[in-house]
Design a protein around this ligand. Structure first.
Ligand code: PLP
Length: 231
């Protein structure tokens, strides 16, 4: 299959999942997760009108992308970010979707202030209690962080992000996604001054479930680019 065919294939499944759940297609955005795939494949997909890309490593973003990306190409960091790499990544991406601690949010705020930028962020929440995953572990720590984050001028909260359980059936996956949706509703009420419109959840294997539970952004790697070759 060509990349255009893979994209069409996903878009078809995306729209039937939306229809089945009574959701508007325009409320669900497709992010192409391009980690481990070369820049020329990213460009091919961009030429098929796919604008939003996600990468999960700072080093890979620095090595792979030109300093000037084509007009309209959006790049988000979606992987765990270490504090000591914040200064490097903030100028290079349009948003950071994997903020998992208050300390990290504060560092991103500082680095953004230093270059006169406001960085959109998502707060990552661990909905599956799997230990190898990052993300806020409980509501209380998320709210404590948000209490402080709401005063920071150079980051702008856009919503929440999670990874579904890697080990688990449909029921566990749906429960995790429903949890994030519920958290979005609670946060929207608790923090009327902040925006929680983005709910980033669902990957190649579980995105129809994520759409059924309210995802507004799905993150697709394998089904667009094929399997990743880990070296
Ligand atoms: C790799 C990755 C994805 C995409 O996973 P696929 O199963 O290849 O679609 C989505 N989200 C995050 C955070 C990732 O690291």
């Amino acid at each position: 299959m060509t990349i255009q065919e893979r994209l069409d294939d996903i878009l078809k499944d995306l729209s039937s999942a939306a229809e089945k759940s009574g959701r508007l297609l325009s409320d669900i955005h497709l992010m192409a997760v391009s980690k481990y795939h070369p820049y020329d494949e990213i460009l091919s997909l961009f030429r098929c009108n796919q604008n939003l890309f996600g990468e999960n490593k700072v080093q890979e973003v620095m090595e792979k992308f030109p300093s000037l990306r084509p007009e309209g190409m959006q790049l988000h960091l979606i992987g765990h970010l270490q504090s000591n790499k914040v200064k490097k990544i903030v100028p290079l991406v349009d948003a950071i979707d994997s903020v998992d601690s208050l300390k990290l949010a504060q560092k991103i705020n500082e680095a953004s202030l230093a270059i006169g930028k406001v960085t959109p962020i998502l707060l990552q929440f661990n909905t599956s209690e799997e230990e190898n995953k990052s993300g806020f572990e409980d509501e209380r720590s998320l709210y404590e962080a948000l209490d402080t984050i709401s005063d920071l001028s150079n980051i702008s909260v856009q919503g929440l992000m999670t990874l579904g359980p890697l080990h688990g059936g449909e029921k566990e996956i749906r429960t995790a996604f429903a949890h994030l949706k519920n958290l979005q509703d609670v946060c929207t009420m608790r923090y009327p001054q902040l925006c929680f419109k983005t709910l980033s959840m669902g990957m190649s294997s579980d995105f129809p479930l994520a759409i059924a539970e309210g995802a507004t952004q799905i993150r697709i790697g394998t089904r667009l680019f094929g399997p990743r070759e880990y070296k």
